[in-house]
Design a protein around this ligand. Structure first.
Ligand code: SER
Length: 336
């Protein structure tokens, strides 16, 4: 019999590292992690890590011959700013990679007549508010509103959501066989902030960059205006959301796509939290037109009522506690 395993793609990324850490703590899990980069040594010791490209089919052929994959956390992606510079690569990884993993999950689900749970982190980037007026007038869009992304990454994520719904509800509908039973579940993350890693290639990066710079006593020039506002979340909450959504009874889920959020801040409010803990922080504003335009297109907040109702989503950290209980103490230790 094949051994049961959980597969995480993009495991060396920010969310990936935090998720690997958390899932490895639950010692009944065999975790297979995958990334084009190695894991930091302390994490590598906790899981079976495969360095490889998710576009390489041979990697997966070998995996499924050895393992019964029960859950897939498909995190591998190029983030929003990076994707604007390399749209073709972004499409290949963000869409092609998602397609490959969904196909694998569908085949495995069908083969063992049991749904593989497929967890897909989408993003606030799936929204496109069209104008600052719309953004101000519609601060908490529902999942299905304002789905008009202006970035390659946002388009890729929105299509990834659509593909997931297709594979779980309609794949093989025209064949005589039973439809595949892939169980696709997705959260739309706001900007994420970790105390242990720094993001790269995202557009919400000004938040974490501001904080990590202050902790190191370095000046920081924000690439968005003081009034630029989006929602954020502390990394432990992001990881909790993925695990909670994966564990939720299927019959409780009225959606497949869920907005989730923790707190909404303008860049200036973010800076005020940073300065409360690092009073000497040297923070200035030097907006980059392209990145500002992306942030302007994202909503101030998101309506996450459905996640709260259906699977008990509730962030542990509001802005105040995220800074004082999680971010600042851990960041201080990190740069000591
Ligand atoms: N944090 C991501 C980015 O900025 C959004 O999901 O690209």
């Amino acid at each position: 019999m094949r051994r049961k395993a959980i597969l995480i793609t993009g495991a060396a990324g920010e969310v990936g590292q935090a998720l690997v850490e958390r899932l490895a703590e639950q010692n009944n899990n065999h975790v297979i992690s995958m990334d084009i980069r190695p894991l930091p040594p302390e994490l590598d010791a906790k899981v079976q890590h495969i360095v490889g490209d998710i576009l390489d089919q041979s990697l997966f052929d070998r995996l499924v011959s050895e393992y019964d994959i029960t859950h897939i956390y498909h995190l591998a992606a190029l983030l929003s700013t990076r994707a604007e510079y390399s749209p073709m690569l972004a499409h290949n990884v963000n869409v092609g990679g998602t397609m490959r993993l969904l196909q694998l999950a569908a085949e495995q689900s069908e083969w063992k007549s049991e749904p593989v749970i497929f967890i897909f982190p989408s993003s606030v980037a799936a929204f496109g508010m069209g104008s600052l007026e719309n953004k101000a007038e519609n601060p908490r869009p529902q999942e299905w509103e304002w789905n008009k992304p202006i970035t390659m990454y946002g388009c890729n994520k929105l299509y990834g959501e659509t593909l997931g719904i297709y594979y779980s509800n309609n794949y093989k509908q025209l064949s005589e066989n039973e439809p595949a039973m892939l169980d696709f579940r997705c959260v739309r993350f706001p900007g994420l902030i970790s105390a242990f890693t720094v993001p790269s290639g995202g557009t919400s990066d000004y938040g974490p960059e501001m904080l990590h710079a202050a902790a190191q006593g370095k000046p920081y020039a924000s690439f968005v205006r003081e009034d630029a506002a989006i929602s954020f979340m502390a990394m432990p909450d992001a990881v909790t959301s993925l695990i909670q959504l994966a564990a939720a009874p299927r019959e409780n889920l009225s959606h497949q796509i869920y907005n989730i959020t923790a707190f909404s801040l303008s860049a200036e409010e973010f800076a005020a939290h940073v300065k409360k803990h690092f009073p000497d922080a040297d923070i200035t504003y030097s907006p980059d037109i392209s990145r500002q335009r992306i942030i302007d297109s994202w909503p101030i907040d998101m309506n996450d009522d459905a996640a709260r109702r259906d699977w008990g989503w509730k962030p542990a950290y509001d802005a105040e506690h995220a800074f004082s209980d999680y971010l600042v103490p851990n960041i201080r230790k990190r740069y000591e």
